[in-house]
Design a protein around this ligand. Structure first.
Ligand SMILES: N[C@@H](CCC(=O)N[C@@H](CS)C(=O)NCC(=O)O)C(=O)O
Length: 220
């Protein structure tokens, strides 16, 4: 599956409604980085196939292959790599304190929400679909509460993305998490700042073009 690429060709391995994949799709689009996409089917556990595990040893999506280098895994590591290699437009703003704030939101989602409801964890907690949904909602509500509190205290007042007119790494993590929250029918009214950033992203042609529906396979 992992084929060495000529020159610096980039290939993103993703699944249409994987929130971690969606983060990287948004990052690539925002920076306008040309790449190809390969869809890996989580429903058939293709991410656990030896071919894909050779790409990403975690057996999780996403992964990014750049040229002849070893593939990269972990969405935030990939986004930080993109930021270093393609600095403009930046995923950050301000100085060290602001950058830490952006990373604080990103990690609240990346470490504090998403890992608790990924498929592996859900299957280990229970096989009952209703109980899986309740478990997922519980952790999304807790984490979004944290993001909302940060946005209320330190966020932008200009009615757009979390920290201003431009999306940051925090928005790249928040937008997919809000999509998942909607999928699990969460009441989002307690999170107006998060909702504002999500709705703002839906109006942006570059970001909205990366929405999961755009990549939904016909047979799913
Ligand atoms: N921390 C990882 C999380 C990756 C992850 O959990 N990916 C999910 C999709 S969002 C996955 O591949 N799940 C498949 C499974 O649990 O078997 C990242 O940010 O890349």
């Amino acid at each position: 599956m992992w084929e060495k690429q000529e020159s610096t060709n980039l290939v993103l391995y993703h699944y249409w409604r994987s929130s971690a994949s969606y983060r990287v799709r948004l990052g690539l689009a925002l920076k306008g980085v040309p790449h190809q996409k390969r869809h890996i089917n989580l429903l058939t556990q293709e991410e656990k196939s030896p071919q894909y595990v050779a790409v990403n040893p975690s057996g999780y999506l996403p992964a990014l292959v750049s040229g002849t280098d070893r593939p990269m895994g972990e969405s935030l590591a990939i986004l930080e790599w993109l930021e270093e290699v393609f600095p403009e437009p930046s995923f950050f703003f301000g100085g060290p304190r602001e950058r830490a704030l952006v990373r604080q939101v990103a990690e609240t989602i990346n470490s504090g929400i998403q890992p608790l409801h990924n498929l592996d964890v859900l299957r280990a907690v229970t096989e009952d679909k209703e109980a899986q949904s309740a478990w997922t909602r519980r952790w999304i509500e807790k984490g979004l509460g944290v993001v909302e509190a940060i946005a209320r205290e330190f966020g932008s007042r200009d009615g757009s993305f979390l920290f201003g007119a431009q999306p940051t790494l925090a928005d790249l993590c928040l937008i997919p998490q809000m999509y998942t929250a909607k999928r699990f029918q969460l009441d989002l009214s307690p999170y107006p700042r998060c909702l504002l950033a999500y709705e703002r992203a839906a109006l942006d042609p570059v970001l909205s073009a990366e929405a999961p529906e755009r990549y939904q396979p016909k047979d799913s």
